[in-house]
Write a new protein. Structure first.
Length: 260
């Protein structure tokens, strides 16, 4: 017997080790009192939850480039690509192939859908002009025409007409510019889904780093220890180091995936 099921693809993120963003969106949607599932590359399989979903539920999914290689009908209402930096080149071989694979996340979207893109990523800025969905930007350096951005210590959102303060970075429990970018992306995605600002801001302020992602471990002899074992590529590790506010020693490991 073949079971047919209409997947409720509400949110999807093409990301590598941006686990915090998926969890932020999940916490915001859950607080919005809508039945919400978090699935995908973060460790909870889509197939394990699909029979529990319905057309009025929300699914927040982190989708890897491996999964995006073979999609056919996958159609998120809101998607995002947070960055494109060298990773998994032992599989994709070229950056051109890797970029195109990640951009597949919007392949079946239309102008009725939203794709959230990083304005400071050169490849994604180029892709914005050909993306089939409505593009909403996020940026840590400048104000986009439509999207969320960092201005000084503030995170703001503009819809192209009005500009509003969402929150101050010091109101959060997160460190580093990359986390401010994550918050901007989460704000852009959840606003696209119609979540009220007060719920978005409340959940962002409460959010704490998840396990293994710049996770505070202990202080011994005035040395702070952080666990960042979800930083599985050089770019993620660089972002974690940049978030540190004291002289830092990196203890690293892993295997070569073809990155520089």
């Amino acid at each position: 017997m073949r079971i047919k099921r209409k997947f409720a693809h509400k949110f999807a993120i093409a990301a590598k080790a941006w686990y915090n963003t998926v969890q932020k969106i999940f916490s915001i949607k859950k607080r919005g009192r809508t039945k919400t599932f978090v699935v995908g590359n973060i460790g909870n399989s889509y197939t394990g939850e699909v029979l529990n979903t319905s057309n009025d539920s929300y699914t927040v999914a982190e989708i890897s480039s491996f999964q995006l290689e073979t999609i056919h009908k996958f159609h998120p209402v809101v998607s995002a690509i947070l960055n494109i930096t060298p990773d998994h080149l032992n599989r994709h071989h070229t950056m051109e192939c890797y970029s195109k694979t990640k951009e597949n996340i919007s392949m079946n979207q239309t102008k009725d859908d939203v794709c959230v893109l990083n304005m400071e990523d050169e490849e994604l800025y180029r892709f914005g002009s050909e993306c089939p969905a409505k593009v909403v930007w996020f940026s840590s350096k400048r104000k986009p025409e439509i999207g969320a951005y960092v201005q000084g210590d503030d995170i703001r959102y503009t819809d192209g007409t009005t500009d509003e303060l969402m929150l101050n970075v010091h109101d959060m429990n997160l460190l580093g510019t990359h986390n401010y970018e994550n918050v901007c992306a989460a704000i852009a995605m959840t606003k696209a889904a119609g979540i009220p600002d007060d719920i978005i801001v409340q959940q962002v302020k409460k959010f704490k780093a998840v396990e293994h992602r710049i996770e505070y471990v202990a202080t011994k002899n005035d040395v702070w220890y952080y666990n960042d074992s979800k930083g599985t590529n050089p770019e993620a590790s660089v972002k974690a180091i940049e978030a540190m506010v004291r002289p830092t020693i990196l203890i690293g490991g892993g295997y070569d995936k073809g990155s520089e």
